[in-house]
Structure formats: C-alpha cells, structure tokens
Write a protein that binds this ligand. Structure first.
Ligand SMILES: NC(=O)c1ccc[n+]([C@@H]2O[C@H](COP(=O)([O-])OP(=O)(O)OC[C@H]3O[C@@H](n4cnc5c(N)ncnc54)[C@H](OP(=O)(O)O)[C@@H]3O)[C@@H](O)[C@H]2O)c1
Length: 260
C-alpha cells in the first residue's frame, strides 16, 4: 500500500507518517522543509520525500506523485503566526485538497482512493443535525470572519462533502475532527463519535496528536474501520476526558506503545 501525506512535517503529520511506516505502508510526503521531519522517520527506507510547496506544484507534477497511491491524507494547517493566519494562501487547506482530488480524478484509478482530511470540531457536519446554541453560532460567525483558517477548514470540508460528495468510484473520503490538540508520546485510549459530544467553545475536550495519527492510519489500513467512517466526519477525543453517550458509537483503540 502507498499513501501520500501533505502537512507531513507538522506536529500531527509526522505522527501519522511514523504510524503508517510502522504498519509497513510506503509513504510519500510533500513538504516545504524536509529538515522538520523527525530524524527517525526521515531516513526510513519506505519514505519518499518530495520537497516542494503543494500549492506551487504543477498539476502534472501532482498527477505523477499521486499515481499508484491508494490513500491520501492531509494534516495541513495554517502556521500559528501573523503570516500563517492572515497571509496567503488563505485557502491553503481547501485549495490543496482540491488540487489533490483533481489529480486523483484525472488519474481515474480502478479502485477508489481513500482521502482523509484532518479538520476540527469547530467545523459542523451539515449532513448531521449538529445543533449549535445561539452563543456558539455567534462565536463561530466571528471566528469565520476574523480568522481565515476557520473559513479554510470549513471550505475544505465542504468541498469533500459536496463537490466530491458520494461519487464513490474514484474518491472515498473521511474528515477527521479532533478537539483541542495536545502532545503525548504514546497512543492512548481514544473514542470516536459521529458528531461532537461536547461544545468545542464552552466545554472543549482534548485529543492527542499521536491518537489522531493512529486513527487516520486505522482508516487507511483497516477496511472495516474505513467502511464505518467513510463519507462521515468522525470526531475523536482522548478517552480520559470524553463523555460516554448511549446515542454515540465509540471506537476504542487498545492501549499500545509506539516508537518514540
Ligand atoms: N490547535 C488545535 O487545537 C486544533 C484542534 C483541532 C484541529 N486543528 C487543525 O489541525 C491542523 C494541524 O495541526 P498541527 O498542530 O499538526 O499543525 P502544525 O504542526 O502547525 O502543521 C501544519 C502543517 O501545515 C504545513 N503548512 C503550513 N502552511 C503551509 C503552506 N503555506 N504551504 C504548505 N504547507 C504548509 C506545515 O508545513 P511548514 O513547516 O512548511 O509550514 C505543517 O506541515 C491545524 O492547523 C488545525 O487546522 C487544530
């Protein structure tokens, strides 16, 4: 199996790449700076590094890189500084997802390619009746207008949900929504729900980046998990702070050590 990862040198992206390599997946990454990839994975024999900015690559170059890939994952996000938040590209995630999906469509694979987008609980799934309180709606509206990355995340999810939609012959997608991201060194128990079970604004939960990497790897390598979550926007919380709910369907991963 071959997977292409963008945002692979980020805090979550590098956890995802390590987990995929541990599962014997061949991984191609498109990164602006290879030096940011942790040493233990940068030299891995199953890792191919393409040093480029995804949005600056030509369509033909992306076509070539994505050929033969069974899965694509995006852990892209705006850098948390003034340039990253307010500078260009304002639609980094949406435009990258679009570019990758257009290349997949043109390659016309015989088996659908899995596309996993890392997103956030701050983005609603309009296919589900995810109710927001008046105060939450107000705050999200302010965030959308004041923080371009919020709008970018919303548009990227909307592109997969509506434009790629349910054309399952070429691309199947899943949009993974972690809550507040934290760093941990080992995979811990986590739970996955179809919709948020707590307010991302007034009662946020925690999700460790390594658990996000683990869950995305599960989606890519485990067809049963994929069948369950494809075409959906799973929300992932660390088990230590997620509430149980009879109306949700937790997927609990077993406790497992990974290489540091
Ligand atoms: N913070 C939270 O609590 C939270 C919660 C839920 C979801 N999220 C979402 O999860 C995303 C990933 O989180 P993270 O902490 O893993 O992010 P991160 O460590 O900041 O990684 C961001 C990745 O995006 C790349 N990138 C940024 N600007 C780029 C550009 N213009 N062109 C190409 N690549 C670019 C970075 O590469 P370079 O090194 O080249 O810049 C890096 O690989 C966040 O951005 C957010 O949308 C965040």
């Amino acid at each position: 199996m071959i997977a292409l990862v963008v945002g692979a040198n980020g805090a979550t992206g590098s956890q995802l790449v390590r987990e995929l390599l541990n599962r014997n997946v061949k991984v191609k990454v498109i990164v602006r700076g290879a030096e940011k990839i942790p040493d233990d994975i940068r030299t891995h024999e199953n890792l191919i590094i393409i040093e480029a900015s995804i949005l600056h690559l030509s369509h033909n170059a992306v076509l070539g890189y994505i050929k033969n890939c069974d899965a694509v994952a995006s852990c892209l996000g705006h850098n948390i500084n003034l340039k990253g938040i307010y500078g260009n590209p304002k639609m980094l995630v949406r435009d990258s997802v679009k570019k990758l999906c257009n290349a997949i469509k043109e390659n016309n694979p015989t088996i659908p390619v899995k596309f996993v987008l890392m997103n956030t609980t701050a983005v609603n799934n309009k296919d589900m009746s995810e109710q927001l309180s008046f105060k939450e709606k107000l705050i999200f509206s302010l965030l959308r207008n004041l923080l371009p990355p919020q709008l970018d995340n919303e548009r990227a999810a909307e592109y997969l949900r509506k434009d790629v939609g349910n054309n399952k012959k070429i691309i199947e997608w899943s949009i993974v929504r972690p809550d507040t991201l934290i760093n941990e060194t080992t995979v811990s128990e986590y739970r996955v729900f179809p919709s948020p079970i707590r307010s991302p604004i007034f009662d946020p939960g925690k999700t460790s980046r390594i658990n996000v990497g683990h869950f995305i790897s599960e989606l890519i390598t485990n067809d049963n998990i994929w069948e369950k979550w494809k075409g959906k926007m799973p929300v992932i919380y660390n088990a230590t702070n997620s509430r149980t709910s009879n109306t949700c369907y937790p997927y609990i991963c077993t406790r497992k050590k990974i290489n540091p």
